[in-house]
Design a protein around this ligand. Structure first.
Ligand code: ATP
Ligand code: MG
Length: 310
């Protein structure tokens, strides 16, 4: 591991939820945490290092074509998902990334099992898919608002007592299957404080250019703050696994959240360690033969292989 890669691994360590640990968000993770990165200036440098590394590794991921990367982004309203996606993915080849947002499910989606619509959007080999909200809504908003579970037309055996425990288990197993078969899963929870959410909502009201982002529904949802904190804590406690651990991204400072998100994604790619495919000596000999043919076609006065000559 180079020093750059080691720095990234050290940086994200305190953000990981240890598999099996019991999380109480309010007590265990500070939304304003910024570790050793005290200034925005140092942060900017780290972010550009992280995004540069992402671009490098993404090119190799694409070329190797054996693994996909699924980035799961969860947050409370105004948590900064959109900005994080925009900043983290600058510099990455757009052909290699797909972003999918998940809203209230349609009636077609409700007529399938709850993981169906997420399964349809998984990354192909060589690609990064970002889920802006994800299958975790199924144990968050659906848990906070039990009437949403009612709308899922579930058979009796999939409702009632133990439903969340079963869903945690099913999600873990689903993710295990995916990860064994070439999908690297990176899970980010943007952890925003109650006060910072209040300020961000006010900002959306105060700045005319931001009014379109304001939603009265978000403010109503804020009344369920404690229920969400409990649901997030249970999700983190039950679905951080060896194969797909959660990272809690301190989100009160946008600049810090972006560095941290970029670092976690970069670290996942470092762990995958994709390589540009190389060819064997027979294939190499065949290439050299073709090279001779192309060189023989050079017009008068031109170098047979200007690339080699240059
Ligand atoms: P934006 O930044 O544009 O507000 P958003 O992700 O908040 O993005 P919205 O259309 O505002 O998009 O909200 C989507 C809504 O869909 C959220 O309130 C979310 O809780 C809800 N939702 C997502 N998945 C489910 C689900 N499986 N069941 C019920 N509601 C869901
Ligand atoms: Mg919204």
């Amino acid at each position: 591991m180079t020093s750059r890669e080691q720095r990234i691994a050290d940086f994200i360590e305190p953000l990981r939820v240890d598999p099996g640990s019991k999380v109480r968000l309010a007590k265990d993770f500070d939304p304003a945490f910024r570790g050793t990165v005290h200034s925005k200036k140092k942060g900017r440098q780290l972010l550009s290092e992280g995004t540069e590394l992402l671009a490098e590794y993404q090119a190799k991921l694409y070329a190797q074509h054996t693994h996909g990367v699924l980035v799961v982004l969860q947050a409370l309203d105004a948590g900064g998902k959109d900005g994080t996606i925009r900043h983290v993915m600058t510099g990455v080849n757009p052909q290699g990334v797909d972003v999918h947002g998940f809203k209230v499910p349609s009636s077609e989606e409700l007529d399938h099992d709850y993981l169906w619509r997420y399964g349809l959007q998984l990354p192909e080999r060589g690609k990064i898919a970002i889920f802006n909200r994800s299958h975790y809504e199924e144990v968050l908003v659906v848990r906070v608002h039990p009437e949403l579970l009612e709308r899922q037309h579930l058979p009796r055996s999939a409702r009632g007592k133990g439903v969340w425990r079963r869903r945690f288990h099913e999600i873990n197993e689903w993710e295990r299957t995916l990860s064994r078969n070439g999908t690297k899963i990176v899970k980010l929870f943007l952890n925003l404080s109650n006060e910072e959410q209040r300020i961000r909502f006010l900002r959306r009201i105060d700045l005319p250019d931001h009014n379109w982002k304001f939603s009265a529904a978000d403010v109503r949802e804020r009344e369920y703050w404690d229920s969400y904190q409990r649901a997030f804590s249970k999700m983190l406690s039950n679905t951080s696994t060896r194969w797909a651990p959660w990272y809690v991204i301190p989100a009160d400072r946008k600049w810090y959240a972006r560095i941290a998100a970029a670092a976690v994604i970069a670290n996942a790619l470092i762990e995958l360690d994709p390589r540009f495919p190389t060819i064997d000596s027979d294939a190499r000999r065949r290439l050299l033969k073709i090279k001779e043919t192309l060189e023989a076609q050079s017009p008068a006065g031109a170098a047979p292989d200007p690339f080699e000559a240059g």
